[in-house]
Design a protein. Structure first.
Length: 240
């Protein structure tokens, strides 16, 4: 028997688990040596409140049409090729009028963005946020809804008028329906706005409750989850 081996040996289950971990790490471009908690001296190793302040400040600059500077996207390009240190991970609708980097006045490498119609939390999106938290050390998760969201409007029509949609759209709408049901009766004058807001809350809840990685980071105070609704007409974000 090898002197350096554990006398109890490794079970077949342990070996398979280790192999699976290596395959998963390789699939997302993570070397086995780096598949660990982010180091505390990383540039984005800041309190969640500080990360939120940075987004808030950037949004104020966007609203005032006074970006912090004229961004030179070539600067630090070589360094970004080696690593990334986003201060936040943002879940946004795919709507072409809602560009998170511009809305928060952030440059390349500053925010990790997941976009899907209706800003829903599906399995792929949840895994992306787990990656942002576990391997990139993002201290803030932000769910960004927006006014007049077509996906939420379609969910309302599906719930209230039993509208039928083609292709894979029913799968998307099904994820939004709980928010529509929750919003029903809260704002009779603006059912759509209420549903959009509830959909942001639902996304925030799913991020925390559907992932042990994210939930534990939130409980430990390492990560915070925020949400808001972007008004396309005014450019303002109303916090939820």
């Amino acid at each position: 028997m090898c002197r350096n081996c554990n006398s109890r040996g490794l079970s077949r289950r342990q070996i398979l688990h280790a192999a699976s971990a290596l395959v998963a790490a390789s699939a997302v471009g993570i070397s086995p040596a780096l598949a660990a908690e982010p180091a505390g001296d990383r540039p984005n190793a800041i309190p969640p409140a500080n990360a939120f302040d940075e987004l808030t400040k950037g949004h104020a600059q966007y609203l005032a049409d006074q970006p912090v500077d004229q961004k030179d996207y070539a600067v630090n390009r070589a360094a970004r090729a080696q690593s990334q240190y986003p201060i936040a991970a943002v879940l946004s609708c795919s709507d072409s009028r809602v560009p998170p980097e511009i809305i928060f006045d952030q440059g390349p490498g500053d925010i990790f963005v997941v976009r899907v119609a209706g800003n829903i939390v599906n399995d792929d999106g949840l895994a992306s946020f787990e990656y942002a938290v576990r391997f990139l050390g993002a201290p803030l998760l932000f769910v960004l809804g927006h006014s007049n969201c077509g996906a939420v409007d379609a969910a309302i029509k599906t719930v209230t008028a039993r509208a039928e949609l083609p292709g894979h759209l029913p799968e998307l709408i099904k994820a939004i329906e709980p928010a529509v049901i929750e919003a029903h009766g809260k704002h009779p004058g603006d059912f759509l706005a209420a549903s959009i807001e509830e959909n942001v809350r639902l996304g925030m809840k799913r991020l925390k409750d559907s992932s042990d990685i994210i939930g534990e980071a939130v409980s430990a105070g390492k990560v915070a989850i925020k949400g808001g609704v972007y008004d396309i007409a005014t450019g303002k974000i109303a916090m939820v």
